[in-house]
Design a protein around this ligand. Structure first.
Ligand code: GLN
Length: 461
C-alpha cells in the first residue's frame, strides 16, 4: 500500500501525511506475533488504514485541513486511534479533508483539493474526500471518516465505496477535533460492507472519556452482514422517503435508486412509501445549528494554544508599546482560517447573539425535534429507510466553489439523519446511466438499529 501511495497519490492527493516508517514497524510487529504463534489482536490485525486528519494520533501532525493547525503535533491518541492501534490495524497516514470538515468536495482544504480516482477532474466528495479517494484508488482497504452532515456518506457515494455514520454516541469523539458537537460522529469506511462492519466493531462502544458516549456494547454488525448474506432481506419493511428523491436529484441518480428499490423488492422486502414533511426544513435547520456550535468550538484556536501564531502588522504593530493578545488573536485567525470557516463563525455568532437567539437558534432546535418526530413516525411503518445518498454524482473541481448554496445542497439527503442522531450508511448501487459515475444508496435505521442497516446493506455486496 505504501508503494501504491507513492505511485498514485501525486495525482490523487488523498494523504496529507504518510507515516511510512511507523506503518512498517507496526506491520512487522503483527508479523512477529503471528510467527510466535500468538493470537491476532483482532480480525483486522495487520490490515492498513487511512485516518482522516481530524482525529489525533500522538506524535503525528494533525491539521484538520487548516493552516491554523500547521505544525501542531498532538500529545495524545484519540480513543478511536488507540482502539485501532490496539487491534493491530496499521495506520498508513492522515487523509485530506475540507477545513475543519466544512464542505462537500474537499476543495476547502488549505492544502489543496483531493481528486476523484474515477475521474481526476472531479471532486471525491467531502469533507472526507481524502479517506474515500484513498479507498477508491486502492491506497488503503480501510479508512476512518467523520460525519456531521454527510461527510462519510456523500464521499462514499461519489467514489463508489462504503461508509457508515453510527448512531450518535456509538463511537467516541474523544480526540476528534470538534466541528458541531451535537452532530459529529466518527465512522468506518471501506470498499465492502463486511470490511466496514469489521472496522465498526473495532472502533465502536462505550468510552468514559466522551460524556455523550452511549454506555452500551457496539451492535453486532458483523453477524448482521453474515445474516444478510444467508437470509437476505425477505420480510423486512423498507421505507422509501418521499421527500428524499425527486426534485433536485440527477436523473441518473434517481434511475439507479429505482433499480435498488426493485432489487430489494425482488429479494422479498416489503417496500412502503413514507412521508417526512419537515425534511424540507432540514438544510436550513442544519445551517443554523452547525454554525452556532462551530463558532463556539473554534474559539479555542486563539493563537496561544495550538499551531500557528501571526504577529499583527499595520496600525497595531506600529503603535508604541506591546501588542495585545486580542490583536495577535485577530491576526492569527485572519490568516489561519479559510473563507468557509470564517463564513460559518460569523453566521453562528450572529445566530447566537442576544437579540436573535430565539428567532434563529431557538427555532432551529424546535424544527430539529419535528424532524426527529418525522423519523419516529416513519420507523413505526418501516424497519429501515432508504434514499439516494447524494443528489448528484461527482461534479467537476471548481464547479461549485463560488456558490455556497449549491455546495450545501449536496447534503440534502444526509442531513436529516444527522439532525436525528440515527445511524445511516452509503453503499454503491451502480453507475449512473447519464454520467457513468458511481451512485450511492443511503440506508437509515432507528438509533442503535445498526444491525438492520447492515443486513440491508449486504444485499448490495
Ligand atoms: N458538507 C456538510 C458541511 O459542510 C457536512 C460536513 C460534515 O459532515 N462534516 O457541513
Amino acid at each position: 500500500h505504501l508503494d501504491r501511495i507513492a505511485a498514485v497519490d501525486g495525482a490523487v492527493h488523498a494523504f496529507l501525511h504518510v507515516s511510512g516508517e511507523s506503518a512498517l514497524a507496526q506491520a512487522a510487529a503483527v508479523d512477529q506475533q503471528v510467527a510466535a504463534g500468538e493470537p491476532a489482536a483482532s480480525p483486522l490485525a495487520g490490515v492498513p488504514l487511512a485516518l482522516k486528519d481530524i482525529l489525533v494520533q500522538q506524535g503525528v501532525p494533525t491539521t484538520a485541513g487548516s493552516k491554523i493547525l500547521e505544525g501542531w503535533i498532538p500529545p495524545y491518541d484519540a480513543t478511536v486511534t488507540r482502539r485501532l492501534l490496539d487491534a493491530g490495524v496499521v495506520i498508513l497516514g492522515k487523509t485530506n479533508l475540507d477545513e475543519f470538515a466544512m464542505g462537500s468536495s474537499t476543495e476547502n482544504s488549505a492544502y489543496g483539493p483531493t481528486r476523484n480516482p474515477w475521474d481526476l477532474s472531479r471532486i471525491p466528495g467531502g469533507s472526507g474526500g481524502g479517506s474515500a479517494a484513498a479507498l477508491a484508488a486502492f491506497e488503503a482497504p480501510l479508512a476512518i471518516g467523520t460525519d456531521t452532515g454527510g461527510s462519510i456518506r456523500q464521499p462514499a457515494a461519489v467514489t463508489g465505496t462504503v461508509g457508515a455514520k453510527p448512531t450518535y454516541g456509538g463511537v467516541s469523539r474523544y480526540g476528534v477535533i470538534s466541528l458541531a458537537s451535537s452532530l459529529d460522529q466518527v465512522g468506518p469506511c471501506a470498499r465492502t460492507v463486511l470490511d466496514t462492519a469489521l472496522l465498526h466493531e473495532v472502533i465502536g462502544g462505550h468510552d468514559p472519556h466522551d460524556s455523550t458516549s452511549i454506555p452500551a456494547p457496539v451492535p453486532a454488525v458483523v453477524d448482521a452482514v453474515r445474516r444478510g448474506a444467508t437470509e437476505g432481506v425477505a420480510g423486512m419493511r423498507i421505507g422509501v422517503v418521499r421527500q428524499l428523491s425527486g426534485e433536485g436529484y440527477q436523473p441518473g441518480v434517481l434511475e439507479s435508486f429505482a433499480a435498488a428499490v426493485e432489487t430489494l423488492r425482488a429479494a422479498g422486502a416489503e417496500i412502503v412509501e413514507v412521508d417526512c414533511p419537515h425534511f424540507q426544513y432540514a438544510l436550513a435547520t442544519y445551517y443554523l445549528i452547525l454554525p452556532s456550535e462551530c463558532s463556539s468550538n473554534l474559539a479555542r484556536f486563539d493563537a496561544m494554544r495550538y499551531g500557528l501564531r501571526v504577529e499583527p502588522t499595520g496600525a497595531a504593530a506600529r503603535k508604541a508599546g506591546p501588542v495585545s493578545a486580542e490583536q495577535v488573536m485577530s491576526a492569527t485567525r485572519g490568516a489561519g482560517f479559510g473563507a468557509e470557516v470564517k463564513r460559518r463563525i460569523i453566521l453562528g455568532t450572529y445566530a447566537l447573539s442576544a437579540g436573535y437567539y430565539d428567532a434563529y437558534y431557538g427555532s432551529a432546535q424546535k424544527v430539529r425535534t419535528l424532524i426527529k418526530q418525522d423519523f419516529e413516525a416513519a420507523f413505526a411503518a418501516a424497519d429501515v429507510l432508504i434514499s439516494p445518498s447524494s443528489p448528484v454524482t461527482a461534479f467537476g473541481i471548481g464547479e461549485k466553489v463560488d456558490n455556497p448554496m449549491a455546495m450545501y445542497l449536496n447534503d440534502l439527503a444526509t442531513i436529516p439523519g444527522s439532525l436525528a442522531g440515527i445511524p445511516a450508511m452509503s453503499v454503491p448501487s451502480g453507475l449512473a446511466s447519464d454520467t457513468g459515475l458511481p451512485v450511492g444508496l443511503q440506508i437509515m435505521a432507528p438509533a442503535l438499529g445498526e444491525t438492520a442497516m447492515y443486513q440491508v446493506a449486504s444485499a448490495f455486496e
